[in-house]
Design a protein around this ligand. Structure first.
Ligand SMILES: [Zn+2]
Length: 148
């Protein structure tokens, strides 16, 4: 009710630093509710941990190496804090996406003419819980300033 979803606590990779990505915000609330519902199902015992804590080994590797630590404890095991990993999908990129190490790399994609989607995934290095936090459209800069 009071939270408008603005990432102001510095735990996200800073979508506000990339212009033009706010269009997805409308869908963010539903997405968060879906995440919460999944977590609730686990705590109620309707979903097994092994069903939700099955992060791909590659995602785990990325989480350990370039994952951005958050202050949020893992909602499943509470033994570790969540880390955020960002993958970029789009033209000329591998089908499994490209791991974006930091904001600078994302900003580079954002300046391109091609359209990309950045997927921010939260992951727990302890129990392998993972969940897509948000998908951000980036790139698609059609401002052709150069003449000729
Ligand atoms: Zn965990």
């Amino acid at each position: 009710m009071t939270n408008d979803g603005t990432p102001s606590r510095g735990t996200s990779f800073g979508s506000t630093s990339l212009r033009g990505v706010s269009s997805l915000r409308g869908g963010l609330v539903d997405h968060r509710m879906a995440r919460r519902a999944t977590i609730n199902e686990v705590h109620r015992g309707r979903l097994g941990r092994e069903e939700v804590c099955d992060a791909h080994p590659e995602l785990m590797r990325a989480a350990r190496s370039v994952g951005k630590r958050t202050e949020t404890p893992c909602p499943i095991c509470s033994e570790d804090n969540l880390v955020l990993v960002t993958y970029v999908f789009g033209p000329k990129l591998p089908s499994h996406g490209r791991l974006a190490a930091d904001n600078k790399e994302l900003a580079q994609f954002h300046r391109r003419a091609e359209e990309y989607t950045a997927y921010v995934v939260e992951a727990c290095c302890s129990c392998r819980w993972h969940y897509l936090v948000r998908a951000l459209p980036i790139g698609g800069q059609r401002g052709r300033r150069q003449v000729g």
